[in-house]
Design a protein around this ligand. Structure first.
Ligand SMILES: [Zn+2]
Length: 134
């Protein structure tokens, strides 16, 4: 029985937490704001100031931060980012030999319940044919 391909869509379909670009930038901004103390005479947050006055540094910093997070708590699949813990505890589903539907590894002969049932029905039908030949 073949195992399904690991894709970002498959992870998302199975409720593995995904962080989109906006969420990642928000987390990075929060990190910046925590690291840099806000100047009391400016109302803007440190992350906003860096974004506005040094966008290149902001982008580079974000990429570095993302690299670090990817080694630590994020898993990158198809250029999308997922929660590493959830990713690691996620088992790839198995696919039915017959119809390609998801099924349990323990399913008989690599078939899903539906196909397995059909196979049993076919077998039963064959046996009846044998009997009527007598
Ligand atoms: Zn099947």
């Amino acid at each position: 029985m073949p195992q399904a391909q690991m894709t970002a869509d498959l992870l998302a379909d199975n409720f593995v937490t995904e962080f989109d670009d906006d969420e990642l930038h928000e987390q990075y901004d929060n990190m910046l704001d925590e690291c840099h103390e806000q100047c009391s005479y400016v109302s803007a947050s440190p992350s906003d100031l860096i974004k506005e006055h040094d966008p290149v540094a902001y982008r580079c910093g974000f990429n570095d931060w993302l690299d670090g997070e990817s080694r630590d708590r994020l898993e990158c699949v198809d250029d999308r980012y997922f929660d590493a813990d959830e990713f690691n505890s996620f088992d790839l589903p198995w696919e039915c030999d017959e119809c390609g539907d998801e099924c349990d590894e323990s399913d008989n002969d690599g078939l899903c319940d539906t196909c397995e049932e059909e196979r049993l029905e076919d077998e039963a039908a064959d046996e009846e044919d044998d009997e009527s030949d007598d």
